[in-house]
Design a protein around this ligand. Structure first.
Ligand code: PMP
Length: 351
C-alpha cells in the first residue's frame, strides 16, 4: 500500500498467473502447448529485416487481420487483434460491459473476468454451474448488462456445441455475449459461424495454446463490424500499436501452416485421452475435457498435498485454493513422455 496509489488502485485484486519457474520442471501448470510453433515461424524470425523495427507497426494490423479473416471465412473488418487475448478481453470489458446492469458469468470460469470487473467497476452476477460442472447456459438472463463465459470453460474443460450457443443468442439480444474460445481447437466447436446471424456475439481466440505462441502475445476477437469498431475505439484511446511488426509477421506465418496446426492439436488430444484413462485407473475423477488440460480430483488424496508431492518431484500443475476448486488439480496436457512422468509420480503418491 502506498500513499501515491489512486484510491481505485488500492481496491484492486490483480490476477495471479500460473508460475513460470526458473528451474527445469515438467511444466503442466499454464496450459501451454508442448510442441514448437510452425516451422515457418522460425524461418520468418531468422530472416526478419531488423531495419523494419525502426518504424512503427501498422496501427490497424491489417495484414494479420486479413490472415485471420481468411482462416475464419470472415472479413478483416470483423476481426480485432490485441496483445494476447487477455488484452482483447480487457478492452471488450470496457467497450461493452460498463453498464448499470450486472455482467453475468459462470461462478467458476476464467478467473481474470472478476479482476476486469473490479478494474472497471462492473457489477458481477455469478451463475452456478450445473450438476455436471458445465456452464449453465439457461441461467443467463435477459436483464444482464452482458454475458461472458469460456467455451470450453476454464478450468472445468467442458465445451457446449454451437447450437447451444445459438439457442442462448436467440434469447439474449440486448447485450453483448462474449464467448472466450482460448481452448476451442482441442475438440470444441467454434461459435464464429454464428456472428453473421447475431450482431451481439463476440468470440475471442488466442495464438497462445493451439498455435504454441504464448510468449508472442497475440489474441483476437471476431464479431460484427459494429462490435469490432467499438473495440477499436477503446484500443485507439489506450494504445495504438498493441501488435508489434515482428509479432504480426510471426502470427501470419503460423496461420499459413494448417498441417502443423492440425498435427499438434491432434497429438495433444490423443495424449489427453490416454492421460484421462490412466488417471481414472489411479482412482481420479476426471471431468470430461475438450481442452488442452484436465481437471481431476482423487477420492482419497488431498489435492494440495498431491500438488506439493508433484512439485517436489519436478512436476508443476495448478491448484486453485478456492472453495469450489480446492479438491481438484488442473493438469495441462504435455508430451506423452511428460504425462508418463506425471503418472509415474501419481503411482507413488496415490498408493
Ligand atoms: N481465456 C482463457 C479462458 C484463458 O485460460 C487464457 C489463458 N490464461 C486466456 C484467455 C488468455 O490467453 P492469452 O492472453 O495468452 O491469449
Amino acid at each position: 500500500m502506498s500513499q501515491f496509489w489512486s484510491p481505485a488502485v488500492r481496491e484492486l485484486t490483480p490476477y495471479v498467473p500460473g508460475e513460470q519457474p526458473r528451474e527445469k520442471l515438467i511444466k503442466l501448470n499454464t496450459n501451454e502447448n508442448p510442441y514448437p510453433p510452425a516451422p515457418g515461424v522460425e524461418a520468418v524470425l531468422r530472416e526478419y529485416p531488423v531495419d523494419h523495427l525502426r518504424l512503427y507497426p501498422d496501427p490497424q494490423s491489417l495484414a494479420l487481420r486479413q490472415a485471420l479473416a481468411r482462416e475464419y471465412g470472415v472479413e478483416a473488418e470483423q476481426v480485432f487483434v490485441g496483445n494476447g487475448s487477455d488484452e482483447v478481453l480487457a478492452l471488450a470489458f470496457q467497450a461493452f460491459f460498463c453498464h448499470d446492469r450486472p455482467l453475468e458469468m459462470p461462478e467458476i470460469t476464467y478467473s481474470f473476468y472478476p479482476v476486469y470487473c473490479k478494474l472497471y467497476g462492473i457489477e458481477r452476477r455469478a451463475l452456478p454451474l450445473d450438476q455436471q460442472w458445465r456452464v449453465d447456459l439457461d441461467a443467463f438472463t435477459t436483464e444482464s448488462g452482458g454475458a461472458i463465459f469460456a467455451n470450453p470453460n476454464a478450468p472445468t474443460a467442458h465445451g457446449h456445441p454451437r447450437e447451444a450457443i445459438a439457442t442462448l443468442l436467440e434469447r439474449l439480444t440486448d447485450q453483448v455475449v462474449l464467448v472466450d474460445e482460448a481452448y476451442v481447437d482441442f475438440g470444441g466447436e467454434s461459435a464464429v459461424p454464428l456472428i453473421e446471424r447475431y450482431p451481439n456475439l463476440l468470440v475471442t481466440g488466442t495464438f497462445s495454446k493451439s498455435r504454441s505462441l504464448a510468449g508472442l502475445r497475440l489474441g483476437y476477437a471476431i464479431g460484427s463490424r459494429e462490435l469490432i469498431e467499438g473495440l477499436e475505439r477503446v484500443k485507439d484511446s489506450f494504445n495504438s500499436y498493441p501488435i508489434d511488426s515482428l509479432a504480426s509477421a510471426l502470427g501470419i506465418a503460423s496461420l499459413e501452416d494448417r498441417e502443423h496446426f492440425d498435427a499438434c492439436r491432434e497429438r495433444v488430444i490423443t495424449t489427453r485421452e490416454r492421460t484421462v484413462r490412466r488417471l481414472a485407473e489411479l482412482g481420479f475423477e476426471v471431468l470430461p475435457s475438450q481442452a488442452n488440460f484436465v481437471l481431476a480430483r482423487h477420492s482419497r488424496h488431498d489435492a494440495a498435498q498431491l500438488f506439493v508431492g508433484l512439485r517436489e518431484r519436478g512436476i508443476l500443475v495448478r491448484h486453485f485454493n478456492t472453495d469450489a476448486l480446492r479438491g481438484f488439480l488442473r493438469i495441462s496436457i504435455g508430451t506423452d513422455d511428460e504425462m508418463d512422468s506425471l503418472i509415474e509420480v501419481f503411482e507413488l503418491l496415490c498408493r
